[in-house]
Ligand binder design. Sequence first.
Ligand SMILES: Cc1cc2nc3c(=O)[nH]c(=O)nc-3n(C[C@H](O)[C@H](O)[C@H](O)COP(=O)(O)OP(=O)(O)OC[C@H]3O[C@@H](n4cnc5c(N)ncnc54)[C@H](O)[C@@H]3O)c2cc1C
Length: 379
Amino acid sequence: MQTFSTRPFEPPVDPGVLRAQVRAFLAEHQPAGDAASRANSWAVADRTFTRALGKAGFIGMIWPKDYGGGGRHPLERYIVLEELLAAGAPVGMHWIADRQGGPLLLRYGTEAQRRDLLPRMAAGELYTCIGMSEPGSGSDLASVRTRGEREGDHWRISGQKVWTTNAHHAHYMIALVRTGERSQRQEGLTQFLIDLKSPGVAVRPIIDLVGGHDFNEVFLENVLVPDAMRVGEEGAGWRQVTAELSLERSGPERYLSSYALLLEFIRVCGDRPAPAAAELIGRLTAELWTLRHMSRSTAAKLAAGEDPALEAAIVKDLGNSFEQALPRMIQAISDVDLASDSAFARALALLLQIAPSFSLRGGTREILRGIIARGLGLR
Ligand SMILES: Cc1cc2nc3c(=O)[nH]c(=O)nc-3n(C[C@H](O)[C@H](O)[C@H](O)COP(=O)(O)OP(=O)(O)OC[C@H]3O[C@@H](n4cnc5c(N)ncnc54)[C@H](O)[C@@H]3O)c2cc1C
């Protein structure tokens, strides 16, 4: 059976040694910034930082060495991700390639795709984005209408994707495309790597509530994609996409998006926090610790070759609820003026505005709870 496990891998090194290596890397390469710039840092793209990270061997860590990866243990990768996110490092540029693009190619890609793309991804020089959602196709993903017609050794692809994070930085979009009959729904879908520089591709920005440009609309008009850039079998796209979701939903990014604010709150409270603040810090820390254990256990299952879709949905739902509630809970016991220019006020104001999106990206709360209910045997 094909899995996302990258076995065989080297035994893990001492976590303390690895953490010290990541912290030394961050001391040298992390851009200066305060809590506001460190919040939700897996959405912050920084090409220079990503290249340095690639050079240091912290991207594609668990991919085989033959493809430019590190052949490292998955739990070592977990430690590195945790350190990077806890420090608020700008990892958005390569995040999708490291988390999904590379593993997808290792599991379903051709040898030529792996040899061509994986070393550049691991070097922090080639980036991918996810082209699943379309206007009218979000939760009901099987309704995608972007259409691919076979023409000899190419596919002619037309349609529209939306909310495509980092399409303006990425080289390739991993697109879910309808190649079979419309009535077939899940059976008629195929994944392609679409070169975003191809004629017929237009990437248009969507500016979010806080004035940021993370996501885009991507228009595809008669884009010719070589069959060599099809990923996996024709018609197997749904199975592939749903398998990928366990990678997408269980990592530390699903509970650490507001962590920079918690650290700043602890700093602002000082050595002798008021009783209500001390209670809140204790409560949030205990919850964080539990989430961390759940997420790490799910990573261990992925490493063992299992497909923990149910566990991943639970981690994402609980993790998103935590990182979404954290800013509101801190606001409730602080008398901070949100219009003031302190790092604390700016981080809090930013997170209060963007936190609602945490439970939308990667599958909404209602959809996850449906998966959990079915996984628990409730029909
Ligand atoms: C920050 C961010 C980044 C994103 N990045 C990407 C990206 O890079 N690539 C990409 O492809 N997409 C991306 N998305 C899109 C995301 O995957 C979708 O927003 C999400 O799947 C929901 O789809 P929708 O917006 O169409 O909402 P809808 O599916 O229309 O849902 C609207 C509401 O109805 C509820 N609902 C829908 N169906 C049911 C049901 N059966 N039962 C109960 N309730 C239901 C939902 O839970 C939600 O509350 C991103 C979204 C965000 C917010």
